[in-house]
Structure formats: C-alpha cells, structure tokens
Design a protein around this ligand. Structure first.
Ligand code: ADP
Ligand code: MG
Length: 185
C-alpha cells in the first residue's frame, strides 16, 4: 500500500536525524509557530509530547506556560485507539505511557471544546492540509467535530504537494516546518 510505504520512508528519514538537527529544526518551528496570531491569542493549547524524533515540543510548552496559556496533552488509549485529554502544569509530573509517549502521571481531565489551538504530529502532510499519522486514526477521531485551529508540525522533508487522504481524515489549517508556515486556504 502506498500509504504504508510512505510512512516507512518518513520513519526512516526521521530516525536518521541527528540530535542537533532535531534541536535546531524544533527551535525554528517553535519560533515560526509563535508568529501566528491564533497562537499569540490562544488561552488553551493542546500539544503532543514528542517521541521518535518528532519536532520537540518542550520549548513550545515552556513558552506557552510563560504566557500563562493552559497546556493540554493527549493520552493514548490503545484499546479504543482514542485520545483523552489532560492539562499539564509541570514536566516533572510526566511518565512514559503507551508507545513510549510521555503522559501525565496524574490526569486532570480537559475538554476538547475548550481547545483553541491544537498541535498535531504526523508522518507526512500536504499543502492541502492532508495528514498521514501513524495509521490508527487517533487524531481523526479526536478532531472529528473540533473547531480548534489545527497545526501540523513536521520537518520540511515530510511536507508534500499532495498525499493520499480519505474522507475521515481531518485536514490541518496550517503546517509548520523548519523552513516555512504553510497556510491552508
Ligand atoms: P492516520 O490518520 O493515523 O494516518 P488513518 O487515517 O489511515 O490513520 O485511519 C486509520 C483507521 O482509523 C482507518 O481504518 C479509519 O477508517 C479509522 N478511522 C479514522 N478516523 C475515524 C473516525 N473518525 N471514526 C472511526 N474510524 C476512524
Ligand atoms: Mg487519518
């Protein structure tokens, strides 16, 4: 399947990134993110906590806390392939959860409806807002009825002119890489 082949190719490219490359690109992505008005004006931001050499969101979380923005993170439920949401107030309260992804050790339930901006991970994105995730539909289920501004974060090599998508795929409003902000119109 084309999608599986692209996913594997993106995983391999990401694995090959050095720690310094991840750090540098993550800082550029963070700086571009904070130029967006929707982010500057946000009160409740949901973000993934990075694993597998995804762009690092720790610097984003710190900056949000500095701005007194409420930070919400997803928690994977591997039985139902759904994400539940929890507020986090400190990095000290995290533990390794499903797939080795960090999650809060004490859950403070948050409501999807309160989120104004959500930062979404992915293996590939396109300039129409198309997103390819891990292949289990976690974010598609979470964002099915969401009105939050959806921002995909990835490296430049993960942004394509077009990737295969299906009707259940929820499109992004912006994709940010270390090179650019791609706004989907
Ligand atoms: P990903 O978005 O992680 O790349 P896919 O979009 O390929 O994964 O979706 C994986 C599976 O999840 C598909 O079989 C799809 O039918 C299912 N799925 C995605 N979104 C939903 C949804 N909102 N409700 C029910 N099933 C869904
Ligand atoms: Mg999908």
């Amino acid at each position: 399947m084309i999608k599986d082949k692209l996913r594997e190719e993106m995983r391999a490219k990401r694995r090959a990134l050095t720690t310094d490359e991840v750090k540098l690109s993550s800082e550029k992505i963070r700086d571009l993110l904070f130029t967006l008005d929707c982010v500057k004006n946000s009160k409740n931001v949901c973000t993934f906590l990075s694993a597998f050499k995804e762009p690092d969101t720790i610097g984003i979380v710190s900056r949000l806390w500095e701005r007194k923005v409420k930070v919400i993170v997803p928690i994977s439920d591997t039985e139902t392939n759904t994400l539940s949401l929890s507020c986090i107030d400190s990095m000290a309260d995290l533990k390794k959860g499903a797939y080795g992804i960090s999650e809060p050790s004490v859950v403070k339930t948050a409501d999807e409806k309160d989120i104004d901006v959500i930062l979404v991970p992915g293996l590939a994105f396109d300039r129409h807002g198309g997103r390819m995730g891990f292949g289990k539909g976690y974010y598609d289920r979470l964002l099915e009825t969401s009105s939050a501004v959806k921002i995909g974060l990835c490296y430049d090599f993960q942004l394509f002119s077009a990737i295969p998508t299906e009707s259940h795929d929820v499109p992004m409003d912006f994709i940010i890489t270390e090179k650019e902000i791609c706004e989907i119109r």
